[in-house]
Design a protein around this ligand. Structure first.
Ligand code: MG
Length: 293
């Protein structure tokens, strides 16, 4: 199932995306008025939504062309967790551009992006030239937590996952290195496009086979499969949940493969009007237009 948050008449509501139509989940059950409420409602809500997909309640079906999609979780309740340097070729390209020896992370490298950075599909990401001289793209697989997780084994990680989405971890490279900590370089407003929807985990037989691709103005820059991660999804989620509670609706960006703009020779950073498309196979395609006022 593809789950969206859509806007119609100035109101955001969760929905089931059927391609040409959207089923308004709140029209079917008034308590399920946000994606976070839907995820928190657990398996009962998922079972109900499957039934509504097959037989929509009267008055709940909308024309897909009549709605605007927002990020599937437009305002996460906490920061988006992110894994840095999680694909070998991306680690190598970073060291090569800095002229330093390859030093692989010994544990997942974790940073976050604030909720204010989140934007939806087909939106504009704006980074003023006065703030950053080096704005860059990073396609990533996003993991959405479905069930509360604390001190869980790697084996049980998939029981706690709700589904998957596409994330573009837009990054101000100059701020990332200037401040030592990555938070400011990763946290600018509009620097976290997410979407276009969440695909529920039952639709993904083997997450490691998913293919990530990023194009800029149609030119392919990044391409890799999830099995190339240094730390896999069970390791990432169980590490985050060790001594720290993960909750329904928490979002994890799992790292980007090689091909980012700052590591190209010469560097190809983002300019005014650039169109970045981040795609994950079996999930979807997330388009962002870049503004550089
Ligand atoms: Mg990243």
């Amino acid at each position: 199932m593809k789950l969206v948050t859509f806007e119609q008449g100035g109101k955001a509501r969760p929905g089931i995306w059927l391609g040409d139509k959207v089923i308004d989940i709140t029209a079917a059950d008034s308590k399920l008025d946000t994606m976070l409420a839907f995820i928190a409602a657990g398996d009962k809500a998922l079972t109900a939504a499957k039934a509504w997909s097959a037989a929509p309640p009267s008055g709940a079906t909308l024309d897909a062309k009549a709605v605007k999609l927002l990020a599937p979780i437009p305002r996460p309740t906490k920061n988006v967790f992110c894994i840095g340097r999680n694909y070998l070729d991306h680690v190598k390209e970073g060291h090569e551009v800095r002229g330093t020896a390859v030093d692989l992370p010994k544990a997942p490298q974790i940073f976050t992006k604030p909720p204010t950075a989140v934007i939806g599909p087909d939106a504009e990401a704006s980074a003023a030239k006065s703030v950053t001289a080096a704005f860059d793209y990073e396609v990533e697989l996003g993991v959405i937590i479905g069930k509360k997780a604390r001190d869980i084994s790697k084996d049980s990680v998939f029981d706690h996952i709700f589904g998957y989405t596409v994330i573009n971890d837009l990054t101000a490279r100059d701020l990332q290195s200037l401040h030592g900590q990555w938070f400011r370089g990763k946290g600018l407003d509009t620097s976290c496009p997410i979407g276009p929807w969440i695909v529920t985990k039952d639709e993904i037989a083997d997450v490691t086979t998913l293919e990530l691709t990023c194009t800029v103005n149609g030119e392919r820059r990044q391409n890799a499969t999830v099995d190339m991660m240094i730390f896999d999804i069970p390791t990432i989620v169980s590490t985050l949940a060790s001594g720290m509670t993960l909750e329904p609706g928490d979002i994890i960006a799992t790292g980007t493969p090689a091909g980012v703009g700052f590591a190209m020779k010469p560097p190809k950073l983002l300019n005014e009007g650039d169109v970045v498309v981040c795609e994950v196979s079996q999930i979807g395609s997330l388009k962002t237009t870049i503004r550089r006022p």
